[in-house]
Each structure stands twice: as C-alpha cells, then as structure tokens.
Write a protein that binds this ligand. Structure first.
Ligand code: ATR
Length: 278
C-alpha cells in the first residue's frame, strides 16, 4: 500500500547545484527499494528559516544543511546532539513528528568511519594526530579524533589565532604549532589530516612536504575534488597509507539516511563509482 506521505529529504544550501548528496541518497533509495525522494533545494539567506519550518509540514522527514547554514541552523533547533553542540555546527536535521527540529553533526563520525574501513586497520589511539587547518571542517575532525582516543592533536593553521581558539575550545590534548613549522611536526604523527581548502580544484596546492612523516602514518585529505590531491600522491609515493576525502562524504550521509528512511545504508564500491561517474 502506498503510504499517506512518501518521505522526502533534501540538501539545503546556497549555492547547491554542486552537491553530491542527491546522488548518494538517490543511489541508496534505489538500492534498497525505498519509496522516497532526496532533492537539492537552493534557499537564500533571508528565506532559510521560514523555508526550513515549512519543509516539515510539506512531508520532509529531514534535510542536510550545507554552506552557509551549518552554524546558523543550531539556533533554530529544538534539540541539538552533543556532537553537533561540541562542533558548533550541524549538517543533518531531522523533523520530529511533533514538528520539532533536531540538529546533528555527522561529519566527525563520517571522517572516523571512513578511516575505520581501511586495511590495514587504522588505530586512532596509536599516536598523535597532526591536523592542518582550523576552520569548520577542523572542528569536526578534532572532536571526533579526541572522542576516538587520539592521545594528542598537533594543530597548525596559517592564522595561528584560529588554531588557538580551537585549542581553548577542545582543551589540553590539543597543541598549537606555527604553520611554517608544519613539515617538522609530522614526525610524531600516526595520523595526518588536511582540513584546509588547499589542493582543491581552483585553490592553491598544499605545499607541505611529507619527508619527515613516520613510516606507517595514515595521511588523509578532506578535499575530494580532485580525488587524489598532491598531498595524497606524495603520501603514496612515500609508502604511507593515503585515504581520499570522498569516503568521509559518503560516510557522513549514513546516519541521516538511516534516521529518515529507516534503513542503515552501506558505503560500498558501487556507491563510490556512482558518485564519481558524475
Ligand atoms: P571549512 O569550514 O571548509 O574548514 P574555512 O572555515 O573557510 O572552511 O577554513 C578554511 C581553512 O583553510 C582554514 O584553516 C584556512 O586557514 P586560515 O584560517 O588561515 O584562513 C585554510 N586556508 C585557506 N586558504 C589557505 C591558504 N592559501 N594558505 C593556508 N591555509 C589556507
């Protein structure tokens, strides 16, 4: 029997046409034979709040929010998950039956679950992590690494003050170093993460040599366009474990889909191929 309302979900942002989320959720809806739709919705700043409130009445079970709404959506939420509160931003919104808006952040868990799929197994508690960058993405990465037991986070950012703000927020296990010293701080790291936009199509490259990185270190980039950034190419050339950023994007989508459509979806090679085929 057709349900009274076919569940709808969306990604909301401005601009929105570049978003890969409709492909990810569309793939899963088809794969699991679920009646439902996931669409991109471009909403301008002045309409964001009223649009979001209307969506729950229109049959939307939830939405992903992206730039520029990831922080501002928290103020609208009736409940906020601990991890979204800690990160200070949300990417996954669920509309409750009573009209309440629940805000969650799945970027950190997406980052971790992506690395957990690696062979040989990645152990976040094996040693310090070096985090390059101190923007929004760094907040999700740092909070999840700390939650997974990373003994220390060595944080460096071009604008040192932003790294210091994160150090104050996340506390004693985070140490701040100068950006120009970045190549030298890699020696101790079990995990090296680029959270800056450097290396992305249209941006300057990330020019930090991995010469001093320890054998066995895992190097990952949140940039996924291009899939193989210069950082990851160098990591591979040096025999380090290189993990691209697409997996984080795929894994961050899992909790939302599960909550909205009732099936926990799998991140597999076919999904990657589908998203890359664009
Ligand atoms: P996001 O939310 O995606 O992390 P963001 O908050 O704009 O985006 O952060 C971008 C990150 O890339 C920051 O760490 C930024 O460094 P600054 O805080 O010094 O701006 C970093 N970044 C961007 N362009 C850079 C460049 N040319 N050199 C070094 N770091 C850069």
């Amino acid at each position: 029997m057709t349900p009274e309302r076919i569940p709808l979900a969306a990604v909301v942002g401005w601009p929105i046409s570049h978003s890969k989320s409709p492909r990810i959720h569309g793939y899963w809806l088809k794969k699991y034979g679920i009646q439902g739709h996931y669409i991109p919705v471009g909403i301008r700043l002045q309409e964001f709040e009223s649009a979001l409130r209307s969506m729950s009445k229109l049959g939307f079970v939830g939405v992903n929010v992206t730039i520029p709404y990831k922080e501002s959506v928290l103020a609208m939420a009736n409940s906020v998950s601990d991890r979204a509160a800690l990160i200070g931003a949300a990417n996954t919104i669920s509309f409750r039956a009573d009209g309440g808006i629940h805000a969650d952040n799945t970027d950190g868990i997406g980052f971790i679950n992506n690395l957990r799929q690696e062979e040989p197994a990645w152990d976040p508690s094996a040693g310090p992590a070096v985090v390059l960058g101190a923007g929004g993405a760094a907040r999700a990465v740092i909070s999840s690494l700390l939650a997974e037991g990373a003994p220390k986070i060595i944080l460096t950012n071009r604008t040192r003050a932003r790294a210091e703000t994160l150090q104050q927020h996340f506390g004693g296990r985070v140490e701040v170093r100068n950006w120009i010293d970045a190549p030298d701080i890699l020696a101790d790291a079990a995990t090296i993460v680029n959270t800056t936009s450097l290396g992305m199509v249209g941006q300057p490259p990330l020019e930090i040599s991995l010469a001093k990185a320890a054998f066995g270190a895992l190097v990952t980039d949140i940039v996924y366009s291009p899939l193989k950034t210069n950082l990851l190419i160098e990591a591979e050339q040096r025999g380090l474990l290189a993990v691209d950023g697409l997996g984080m994007l795929l894994h961050q989508a899992v909790p939302g889909f599960h909550d909205w459509f009732g099936t926990k979806p799998e991140v597999d090679a076919e999904l990657r191929a589908e998203v890359l085929a664009e």
